[in-house]
Ligand binder design. Sequence first.
Ligand SMILES: C[S@@+](CC[C@H](N)C(=O)[O-])C[C@H]1O[C@@H](n2cnc3c(N)ncnc32)[C@H](O)[C@@H]1O
Length: 240
Amino acid sequence: MKSRGKSKGPAPRALKVKVKKKGVKNSSRRWIERQLSDPYVHKAKAEGYRSRAAYKLIEMDERYNLLKRGQKIIDLGAAPGGWCQVAVQKVGSTYEAPAVVGIDYLPMDSIPGTTILEMDFLDDDAPDRLIDALGGEPDIVLSDMAAPTTGHRKTDHIRTMHLCEVAADFALKVLKPGGHFLSKTFQGGTEADLLGMLKRNFQSVHHVKPPASREESVELYLLAKGFKGRQENNAQDERD
Ligand SMILES: C[S@@+](CC[C@H](N)C(=O)[O-])C[C@H]1O[C@@H](n2cnc3c(N)ncnc32)[C@H](O)[C@@H]1O
């Protein structure tokens, strides 16, 4: 794998690429132009990351100091694997003793230091399978899960918010005290109930828009830092 020492520093500059080929649909043309013009796409390729999304995690980690050597990590919605690559590198996970477990219903190529579960996180047995594969409680639950787009913005929004809520629920059940939860959400999308629950159970809660998240996208990340632990009172709160 290529060196990744270049990820620090200012966000890469935008390029401007135009596709002139005839017979290409306008929507495909726009997608190709956006990919070719996107400096994060080029950077990911040059630095050996499987996705430009890797830089979102790198940037959030640089700002909030989340990933540390020796931690155990669960990555929900892991394919194609950019976040797993970053996590493996940061926590020092190895092939012999993997400390990163990723789950996705899409197949993904293996990453040394990561155990990959190819299954739907919403399946009933996914939580137990994740904890079994990790061999203990995680220090961090990451979720970059996004529901497949239907073209109907409100439906997409609701389905991705649902994934965020189920991920938060899982994090509350499995995190080590002091652990963190980081999940994709949408601007204006985090329900008051979910925010309230996170604020009661974590030392601090933040909304983060990393530079690598496209400006025009309503994507946002929800970061809950410093899990207070599963105290009896909190558990009762969540049941009420
Ligand atoms: C934005 S991509 C993740 C990119 C990844 N963080 C990376 O760095 O390569 C979102 C992923 O969430 C996955 N996903 C969505 N819903 C899921 C579910 N219910 N269970 C498992 N994976 C899911 C999708 O298949 C998709 O691969």
